[in-house]
Design a protein around this ligand. Structure first.
Ligand SMILES: NC(=O)c1ccc[n+]([C@@H]2O[C@H](COP(=O)([O-])OP(=O)(O)OC[C@H]3O[C@@H](n4cnc5c(N)ncnc54)[C@H](OP(=O)(O)O)[C@@H]3O)[C@@H](O)[C@H]2O)c1
Length: 248
């Protein structure tokens, strides 16, 4: 009788922006599924508390607007893990900014565009070198059109969607065929970011993260969260600007 020895090689993941909301829940789910996970954010107390609860997690505290800090922490993560299987970019901000206060627009662009691009590129180049890996970006349904209340947020999400698509197209240059790019486009999810009362079609956080995790497992190219937002996306893609101007 032959003796089969099965060696389990653990998977390594990084979730940027996991001190709260979608990133936090996703990190917990990954750790429960056997991943070793590095989580990031600025609110150290929250990161520390989460890591104390889930031993598969470890944290890095830094502001992602500091591009040099992103590079040095990213380097440290690779040294700690050896290789990284999954990187989720979840860090983001958005403001209602009807008066176009420059600091808010600038803050949004700095976080959602500059920092996101840095993280996307570092991830993609790492995966190219490794020959495998999965980059997941959390963009938004907001990527589909402009918005008079939050111009920078909506534009930054369109940037993310197109950048992620470019990296997906670019992955054809990687011979192994084992580098994947997923664009997650949530509608409203019940986190601190979804401000306001009686928000339309708000998904409970656990439902949204369950669907996001499933999309990651299936290595989907893009997905709307929750699923019913596909209908809204279909309408948003064809409705003329003059009509949006009239009703919103
Ligand atoms: N909730 C929704 O309805 C919704 C809808 C569509 C898309 N999204 C997208 O989903 C993503 C996650 O948002 P969420 O809803 O889970 O909100 P959240 O709870 O506010 O999470 C945002 C995360 O980003 C981190 N972050 C923000 N700015 C940062 C900075 N300068 N440096 C380091 N980390 C930073 C935050 O950490 P610290 O504050 O600790 O730094 C936090 O962990 C965002 O990209 C958002 O645009 C959300």
């Amino acid at each position: 009788m032959s003796l089969k020895i099965v060696i389990f090689i653990g998977m390594n993941a990084v979730v940027f922006g996991a001190s709260s909301g979608i990133g936090r829940e996703l990190a917990i789910r990954l750790s429960q599924d056997g991943y070793r996970v590095k989580i990031t954010g600025r609110r150290e107390e929250l990161l520390k508390k989460l890591c104390a609860e889930f031993p598969q997690l470890s944290y890095h505290t830094f502001d992602i607007q500091d591009l040099t800090a992103i590079e040095s922490h990213f380097g440290q993560m690779i040294r700690d893990f050896g290789s990284i299987d999954l990187i989720v970019h979840c860090a983001g901000i958005g403001y209602e900014n009807p008066n176009l206060i420059w600091e808010m627009e600038s803050d949004t662009i700095s976080t959602n565009v500059w920092s996101a691009t840095k993280i996307y590129d570092l991830s993609f180049l790492l995966f190219k070198k490794q020959g495998f890996g999965h980059l997941v970006g959390i963009s938004s349904i907001a990527s589909l059109r402009g918005n008079r209340h939050s111009p920078a947020y909506f534009a930054s999400k369109a940037f993310q969607v197109n950048y992620l698509e470019s990296l997906y197209l670019k992955s054809k240059e990687i011979a192994s065929g084992k580098v994947y790019v997923t664009d997650i486009r949530p509608g409203y999810v019940d986190t601190r970011m979804a401000l306001g009362d009686a928000i339309f079609w708000m998904s409970p956080l656990n439902k949204a993260v369950r669907q996001i995790y499933r999309a990651i497992q299936c290595k989907r190219r893009q997905v709307y969260i929750s699923k019913r937002w596909v209908l809204i996306a279909g309408v948003l893609k064809i409705v003329p600007s003059w009509l949006i101007k009239k009703i919103m």
